[in-house]
Design a protein around this ligand. Sequence first.
Ligand code: PAF
Length: 288
Amino acid sequence: MSVTVLRTIREIRDHLANVRHKATVGCVATMGALHEGHAALIHRARRECDFVVVTIFVNRIQFNQSADFECYPRSLERDVDYCDPLGVDIVFAPDETEMYPTPTDTHVEVSRLTDHLCGASRPGHFRGVTTVVMKLFEIIQPHRAYFGEKDAQQLAVIRRMVRDLNVPVTIVGVPIVREPDGLALSSRNQHLSQEERRMATVLYRALEAARTAAGEGECRAGTLKKTAKATLAEEPDVRLDYLEVVDADEMQPIETLTGPARIAVAAWVGETRLIDNIAVSPAESGGE
Ligand code: PAF
């Protein structure tokens, strides 16, 4: 095994001090339970950077329900084995006291972009995300950092944070990886029963239906949402949290498609909350 596992901030800082001046450092921040969606981030980082760091840290402060935090899948040993053949140089897996000495009184918060969608449904979630990502950027000081488009609002919020705070890192968005039946890969999928797993495919079908309507010339967000909701109704046990048409850059709800946009959905399938989104544009369907 060639991947090095480091657990402390001092270790990773010392290690990277000898690397950063002669190599492009890429960072893939994760909460573990790695799957092919993460592999796509790592592959992209591997192609574009000389040195790849994967961080694994289940970040308590971004969970607004403690049960969700407790249940989040943890599999460090398996994750390290997963990283090795992908050519990861370092796995940084700090424990909670390493990342958050108590008391911690400083947080990073992006306003406005976090008012809607997951920001409204999960109060405090994005503050937890931006705080930990900013800490990871300070610790690793990567040249490039890779985030999945499945968490499109998170990606928009992180882009805004680095822009507003002049953080010298290039943020790279990586397209969603889907199962053959369209379900977006997520660590949470492993909580789904067989029946829930089947029901969950309705999310992608609903997004596709709206994208098809947009491709056929429908520009009214209200009508696109109705189209998606008609498909969602095929699975009455899937409980909708939100469905919105938003602009691609800031993820703010829009009324009319006039440029690149996303249709974003969040829904409960059993006890599991899933999110997904799809790119749409006024004239033709946007690709992922
Ligand atoms: O997307 C995730 O897995 C998490 O939100 C992140 C970016 C690793 C921060 O904890």
